[in-house]
Design a protein around this ligand. Structure first.
Ligand code: FO1
Length: 307
């Protein structure tokens, strides 16, 4: 069974780990969000691609949720001493990835090819593709004005309430090579339990990707990022309450109108399924505490396709 998973960073990466354990690696393609990408200290950083890549390579930092396990911060200390920018923390091991990627991009290598090179070097077997090789960047409308994604998320700790989201560059962005082929040959499409507004929406903002999902001939299953109306981490619950009018499963499903056939919801939400319409609920334990829990959650979503 071939599967394509659309994923953001931390939560999505954990789910992708489960999918990669439930299936043969060559059956899995992950399409990652690039709306969070930014330049730090002159280097191109792709936080969501890296979270997925590190998780699949088994070198991710479990506790922090982003970056590499066993990280050290000597370069950051030196940057701080020199008065450089330290608001976005790049660890020493992580910096190696940003250096190699940035050099490749400056030499004209597309982000998808640079990502493939990094994944191969780290022994990642599933195929990891950026949604696009073009620059799509997420901007957040707040009462303080429009903020770049990482200024809102990291520098300001996503405290500002969100009035709207914009994906600069999405209008003219093309899917990265391999994305549409993977969708066309998939038996199942999965939307990871990532933030619908800032992790999955920037992927779907690439018109040809959204069109391919709308015209799908195979099931598409989303996994809700909320448990009993609360996000495990991050601002997804606050954003849904403000932008979708609530945090029930029906509100999550509404974010993906016309794009999903089933929604995996937590056992805690099993009695709150009104308003799902055509979307079939799949009840599972969605808290991804360890690798077993991630695999079991993936298997619940994969169950949408008869074996
Ligand atoms: N998140 C933070 O909250 N603070 C950071 O300093 C930070 C640095 C960072 C460096 C590399 C990387 O790949 C991710 C990093 N993240 C950091 C996480 C990341 O910005 C967000 O979790 C995602 O963009 C949201 O998916």
């Amino acid at each position: 069974m071939n599967v394509v998973v659309f994923s953001g960073g931390v939560g999505g990466a954990r789910f992708v780990q489960g999918v990669a354990r439930a299936l043969a690696p060559e059956a899995v393609t992950v399409v990652g969000n690039v709306g969070d990408d930014l330049e730090v200290l002159g280097l191109h950083v792709s936080p969501d691609l890296d979270s997925i890549m590190y998780a699949l390579a088994g070198v991710n930092d479990e506790e922090r949720g982003w970056g590499r396990a066993g990280e050290t911060w000597r370069v950051l200390e030196s940057v701080a001493e020199l008065g450089g920018e330290t608001w976005f923390r790049l660890g020493d091991l992580d910096l190696g990835v940003h250096l190699v990627r940035t050099q490749a991009l400056r030499a004209g290598t597309p982000l998808s090819a640079a990502t493939a090179g990094l994944c191969a070097a780290l022994g990642v077997e599933p195929c990891l593709l950026p949604a696009t090789d073009d620059a799509v960047r997420t901007w957040i409308a707040t009462a303080e004005g429009e903020l770049s994604f990482q200024e809102w998320f990291v520098a300001r700790g996503h405290r500002d309430e969100v009035d709207g989201v914009r994906f600069a560059g999405a209008g003219s962005a093309a899917p990265a090579p391999g994305v549409l082929d993977a969708i066309a040959t998939a038996d199942l499409l999965l939307l990871a339990p990532s933030n619908p507004y800032v992790s999955i929406a920037p992927i779907l903002a690439v018109r040809a990707i959204r069109d391919a999902l709308t015209a799908r001939a195979v099931p598409c299953v989303a996994v809700s990022p909320l448990i009993a109306g609360r996000a495990v981490k991050g601002p997804a619950d606050r954003m849904l309450a403000r932008l979708a009018g609530g945090t029930r499963p029906a509100h999550v499903a509404a974010c993906y109108e016309g794009l999903i056939d089933a929604l995996v919801v937590d056992e805690a939400d099993a009695s709150d399924l009104d308003g799902l319409g055509e979307v079939r609920p799949i009840i599972a334990r969605t808290l991804m505490v360890d690798l077993d829990a991630r695999r079991r959650l993936a298997e619940a979503a994969l169950g949408a396709v008869p074996a």
